[in-house]
Design a binder for this molecule. Structure first.
Ligand code: SAH
Length: 220
């Protein structure tokens, strides 16, 4: 996915990326496909140029508008959870942000739908998807607490901002057998939930304690 222009830059060196992958593995990420996609996705193109030297650190970084690009470990953990029982075809993401999580997903599943409430972030994410020739991502400026009904149901839904409670539309737009990965709770005390839609209803398990930006309603 990298072209010549990105290849020469020192901070994107193979060694820097290998170090990140090793860290993810030590943290318990074992899905080979997920690890390879993260190794090959140019995260430095999803952050401000001034932060590019830290793009392969395992940390969240600011992307403007009070938002952050998620920590690579959390991206890996959530992506691995979505893929655990087979590769979903159609995935919805709430909270496009920089577009990094969507770009990772787009290399692993057939179709990605992603929504973001801040228009300025939509514009830069769309440009990145074009530059990287990721053509299986559809992006929309909207309030994701309503999901994206037009293309429902989804085999998987991933939320990268934390609501106080799981929005009902996300549960409703999940296909039978589908899974929703979502951080839930107030700032500083969120549980990362994996919710599965079964024939009888929904089951859920707590995967981790996490810290995401809040899911807000309305658009900006
Ligand atoms: N997945 C992103 C993470 C961005 S942080 C990435 O890889 O960079 C979470 C994002 O969720 C923010 O950009 C925030 O604006 C967005 N967000 C918060 N509430 C939302 C809502 N109701 N609908 C859509 N996006 C929302």
């Amino acid at each position: 996915m990298m072209n010549q222009q990105h290849r020469g830059i020192g901070m994107t060196s193979q060694r820097t990326r290998d170090r990140l992958i090793q860290r993810l593995q030590e943290g318990g990420i074992s899905n080979r496909a997920v690890l390879e996609v993260i190794r090959n996705t140019p995260r430095h193109l999803f952050v401000d140029e001034a932060l590019a030297s830290r793009a392969y650190d395992d940390t969240a970084l600011p992307i403007g508008h009070g938002q952050t690009i998620s920590q690579p470990f959390v991206v890996a953990l959530m992506t691995q959870a979505l893929l655990r029982d087979g590769v979903p075809q159609r995935v919805l993401e709430i909270g496009t942000g920089s577009g990094y999580q969507a770009a990772v997903l787009a290399q692993l599943v057939k179709e990605v739908y992603t929504v973001e409430r801040i228009e300025a972030l939509i514009i830069s994410a769309r440009r990145r998807f074009m530059d990287l020739r990721l053509r299986n991502i559809r992006i929309k400026h909207s309030d994701g607490t309503a999901g994206w009904p037009e293309y429902a149901p989804y085999d998987a839904i991933i939320a990268t901002a934390a609501p106080e409670g799981v929005p009902m539309p996300l549960l409703q737009q999940l296909a039978p057998g589908g899974r929703l990965v979502i951080p839930v709770g107030g700032s500083g005390a969120q549980s990362l939930l994996l919710i599965t839609r079964t024939a009888e209803g929904y089951t859920d398990e707590v995967m981790d304690q996490v810290s995401f930006v809040p899911m807000r309603t309305g658009m900006q």
